[in-house]
Design a binder for this molecule. Sequence first.
Ligand SMILES: Cc1cc2nc3c(=O)[nH]c(=O)nc-3n(C[C@H](O)[C@H](O)[C@H](O)COP(=O)(O)OP(=O)(O)OC[C@H]3O[C@@H](n4cnc5c(N)ncnc54)[C@H](O)[C@@H]3O)c2cc1C
Length: 396
Amino acid sequence: MEFTSEHNDFRRSLEAFIDKEINPYADEWEEAGAFPAHELFKKLGDLGALGITREPEYGGAGLDFSYSVVMAEALGKSLSAGVALAIGVQTDMCTPALANFGSDYLKRNYLAPSIAGDMVGCIGVSESGGGSDVSALKTTARKDGDDYIINGEKMWITNGTQADWMCMLANTSEGKPHQNKSLIVVPMDAPGIHVEQKLEKMGMRASDTALIHFDDVRVPQKHLIGPMEGLGFMQQMAQFQEERIWGAANTVSGLEEAMKVTTEYLRQRKTFGQPLMDNQFIHFKMAELSTEIEALKALTYRVAGLQSEKGSMDLDVVRLASMAKFKSGRLSREVLDWCVQFHGGMGFMLEARINRMYRDVRLISIGGGADEIMLGIIAKLDGNLPSKKSKTAANA
Ligand SMILES: Cc1cc2nc3c(=O)[nH]c(=O)nc-3n(C[C@H](O)[C@H](O)[C@H](O)COP(=O)(O)OP(=O)(O)OC[C@H]3O[C@@H](n4cnc5c(N)ncnc54)[C@H](O)[C@@H]3O)c2cc1C
C-alpha cells in the first residue's frame, strides 16, 4: 500500500479537523462519558469523511480502503480513543454489510444519511449471554405479516444511547446456527426498544456503551440486509474483517503516539543526574517496542492492500486480518504497560494522557473478537485445529 499526495492531503485535512473539533473537547467528553455524536458526525459528513469507500450514488467518495486506513491512523493520534472508536463504528463496523449487501431502499434510507452525518449507527451482535460465540446468540426476529417481530437484547453496544439505527444480527429461523441468522436494519425509535443504561467503563470513556432490550419490536421485512434470510452470519464475518483492519490501523498510530508521549517524558525527566532515556535498559526497550510497532504496521498495510484487491471474504484477508487484530491487542498491552511504567507515579495518575491510553487500549484484546477467537481463526486457516474425528477418537 502506497500513500500518494492525495492521501497526504486527506490526512492533513483530517488532522486539522481533529485539532479543531475533537481534541479541545476530549477531556470534557471523557468526564461526561459521552460525546455529541449527531453534532460531530454531521461535521464529519460535511467533510466527506464518513463514506470514504462507499458508492458515490449514496454520497460516498468511492475511494479504496487505503483512504480508510489514513482516517483510522489520523483518529488514532487524537486525544480521544473513545470518539475514534465511535467514528470507526459508523464508518467501518456497522455500515460495511449494508453497503455491500443492502437493497437500494435500505441504502437510501440508512446508508446515505449515515454518510451525510444525519444518522448515527451502531452494530448489535453481542449479548449478555456471550459475545465470542456469535453462532449462539439468542435474539430472534420472527415473521408476522410484512414485518419481523424482534425479541432479545444486545449488550455493550457502542453509540447505543445515541444511535438512530442498528445493524442487528438475529435468528430468523430455528435452523443450524450458522445458517439461521440474518442482518436486519432496526430503526432505534421503534416502539419496544428500551436502552437500559449507559454502561460505566474503565476506558474508551468518551464513547457511550449500552445494554438494549427489544420487546416485540416490529420492523418491516424489507429491512433485511441481503437477498434472503440465513446469510447474516457470513455477512457479519465479512463485516468483521473491515472492522479488524480498521482497528489495527487505528491501534498502530495510537501506539506511535504513546511512544511519542513517553519519549518526550523520558527525555525531560531526570534521575541520578541524567535523563531517563539515557539508561540503556530504557532506550533499548523503546527501540524494541518501536520495532514491534513497525512490524504490526507492515502486517496491517499488507492486509489492507489485500482487502482492497480481494475483498473481505477472501481467506488470506481473513487470516491476516485476524493476525493484525490479535497482534494489535497483545502489543498494545505490552507497549502501554511499559509506557506507564516509564512514567512512574505520573503514569498511575488518572489525569495523565498515558494513563488514559493504557485504560483505552485494554479493549482491543476483548472487543470485536477476543485474542483467543483470533487465534482460533488463524489455527483453523492454518489447518491446525483438531478435526471432529480425531477429537472423538481421543475421547474414546
Ligand atoms: C467498550 C466495549 C464496546 C463494545 N462494542 C460493541 C458493539 O458496538 N457491538 C457489539 O456487538 N459488541 C460490542 N462489544 C462486545 C465485544 O465484542 C465482546 O465483549 C467480545 O466479543 C467478547 O465477548 P464477551 O464479552 O461475551 O466474552 P465471552 O465470550 O464471555 O469470553 C470471555 C473471554 O473468554 C475467552 N474466550 C472466549 N472464547 C474462548 C475460546 N473459545 N477459547 C479460549 N478462550 C476463549 C476470551 O479471552 C474472552 O475475552 C463491546 C465491548 C466493549 C467492552
